[in-house]
Write a protein that binds this ligand. Sequence first.
Ligand SMILES: Nc1nc2c(ncn2[C@@H]2O[C@H](COP(=O)(O)OP(=O)(O)OP(=O)(O)O)[C@@H](O)[C@H]2O)c(=O)[nH]1
Ligand SMILES: [Mg+2]
Length: 236
Amino acid sequence: MLNSSRRRVGRSLSIQRNALETNEAIANKNKRLFGKAFVINFLSSPGSGKTSLLESIVPILKSDGFKPAVIEGDVETDLDKKRIDELDIPAYQIVTNGTCHLDAKMVNGALNNLNRKDADIIFIENVGNLVCPTSFNLGEDIKAVVLSVTEGDDKPLKYPAAFYKSKVMIINKIDLLPFLDSSITKIKENALSVNKDLAIFETFCKKNEKAGNIENNGLSDFISFMENNINSKVSK
Ligand SMILES: Nc1nc2c(ncn2[C@@H]2O[C@H](COP(=O)(O)OP(=O)(O)OP(=O)(O)O)[C@@H](O)[C@H]2O)c(=O)[nH]1
Ligand SMILES: [Mg+2]
């Protein structure tokens, strides 16, 4: 009995290993296809503000002369892609039909459909989930984890992979801090205990329905970070 259950576990581990090896091979192909474009894979819980950040960041990058494109990942619907379409840049929606993460094959399919010829920065908005997306390399240059202050300051400790695999952490919704017992100091302390090299940015990007615009703050340092990375990848 014990032997057969060990065999089953062994078989399942070997299937997982094969799946990850296949993913890695396709991720390497994606990396080549991305070419000179700097690619950021956004990870976060649902609703932390990934699409809102893109709605704020993309117009600034465009006005600075850069050419962004976006690959959206969602379990259902193309609602986020419709928001990105308003920004008048190339965008492609992957619908995973229930799968809790993007994998390299899905992104490879998106690359065949996304008009990315001129893009110098490509954002991949992963499915909202702090666990599964961390296991799948998509061929990106960096992962950036977005954590909203409403999620609590213990999240870097409870979901460490998203934080130790990311180069950047964006702490979003800081406008809500006065209403919460979350502490920015504690979030940073916890995140840095998991990954001491994280570059950290504090932002908010709040929709003002009345004025019909998005109020944002704290984005300029992150924009500079991205623009430096785009330029250094182009010049390599
Ligand atoms: N107050 C405040 N609200 C925000 C901020 N950023 C986003 N929101 C709101 O949070 C909600 C979710 O934002 P989205 O941008 O859709 O979040 P998301 O991470 O893309 O969500 P999923 O794609 O579903 O995982 C929306 O109602 C936004 O208007 C912020 O900085 N401050
Ligand atoms: Mg979104």
